[in-house]
Design a protein. Structure first.
Length: 348
């Protein structure tokens, strides 16, 4: 009788197909949630059922008749052989490029489809170096999608995807990609509230020669962001101002604009509202990227500054309401939590 040493989403999907059941019928047959079966289908070899579910799958396969077991073995064998072939690198690269656009526009649903169609199809250990590189790039982009959605910790999170991508780039000996993932992991640390640790990591990466000049400048800017969130606004403004000059020298207008947005919040924290309003106006009028995420960030920063002055408090609440509407529409849960935190602090 055919057996499975370790069930993954791929084997579970093959059993469902061999039984000729719909995902709903298969979930009922096993006694598991429909979303569990859907996860097996979408993530393939990337997901492994829990030990108790492994046993349920073992039982379902053992109780299947000979025809089902034969179909299962044929399907699984064909799927594994297909996974072992070199990937269609050109098509995969095109999908990665399309997914990058999805990340920039916060089109999370389509971006996930583009990436998971490859991640669920291939076992990374069966790919050539080019395929493994594309697998790592896809994982990193999945991390970006999770990060922007606010899913930063846990098994289906930015942190997990980034760590797996980092291991892959380390094995491939691509130091620049490893360092870029380290920068992403520092962002996750900051988003998780570990401000001191993230500031130290940013500071290290700001001098890391594995990174290019732009990434090092971004790390320096984010040192200031973490310091500002800790309340060290005076030093934060110094660090951010230096990063802003670097972006100007590098000819990076979008980063220069974003730096002014973050600098505005540091000035607000220091009680320097005139400087804060000047910087946020620069950010609002010079940005070259118009995405839902950036609109929410700009409006959140602007609203936060307006709330700091009793004379403009109502205007600030109105701007925050607009930002919250966009955040809800695009599923930007981390940004929405930030907005709610600002409102809560005002009410307190």
């Amino acid at each position: 009788m055919v057996g499975v040493q370790q069930w993954t989403g791929r084997e579970a999907s093959a059993l469902r197909a061999a039984l000729r059941m719909s995902t709903r019928a298969f979930a009922e047959h096993l006694g598991v949630a429909l979303r569990t079966v859907a996860k097996w289908e979408s993530l393939g070899v990337q997901t492994r059922p829990r030990p108790d579910t492994q046993a349920i799958l073992d039982t379902a396969l053992a109780r299947a008749d000979a025809a089902v077991q034969s179909r299962f073995e044929v399907m699984l064998s064909a799927d594994r052989q297909n996974s072992a072939r070199p990937a269609d690198h050109e098509t995969w690269t095109e999908d990665i490029e399309r997914a990058v656009v999805c990340v920039s526009r916060q089109d999370f649903a389509f971006g996930s489809i583009l990436l998971n169609r490859w991640l669920g199809r291939h076992d990374p250990h069966s790919l050539d170096d080019k395929g493994r590189y594309l697998y790592g790039r896809s994982l990193a982009l999945v991390g970006d999608l999770h990060r922007d959605q606010g899913a930063i910790l846990g098994p289906l999170s930015a942190h997990h995807s980034y760590l797996t991508a980092r291991d892959m780039f380390t094995d491939l000996d691509i130091p620049r990609r490893v360092a870029q993932i380290d920068l992403c992991l520092a962002v996750v640390e900051e988003m998780s509230g570990r401000l001191e640790a993230s500031a130290r990591r940013y500071e290290q990466l700001a001098h890391d020669e594995r990174l290019g000049p732009r990434d090092r400048a971004r790390a320096r800017l984010w040192v200031g962001t973490a310091l500002s969130k800790e309340g060290n606004n005076a030093y934060a403004t110094e660090v951010m101002t230096a990063a802003t000059r670097e972006f100007e020298m590098l000819g990076e207008p979008e980063d220069w604009s974003v730096a002014h947005q973050k600098l505005a919040l540091a000035h607000r924290g220091a009680g320097e509202l005139d400087q804060a309003l000047h910087c946020i106006e620069v950010a609002r009028t010079t940005g070259t990227v118009d995405s839902p995420m950036q609109r929410v960030r700009l409006d959140t920063a602007y609203g936060h500054i307006l709330l700091s002055d009793a004379a403009t408090r109502n205007d600030g609440l109105s701007v925050l309401d607009q930002a919250a509407q966009v955040a809800r529409r695009y599923g930007l849960s981390h940004q929405l939590r930030s907005i709610e935190g600002i409102r809560g602090a005002q009410q307190g």
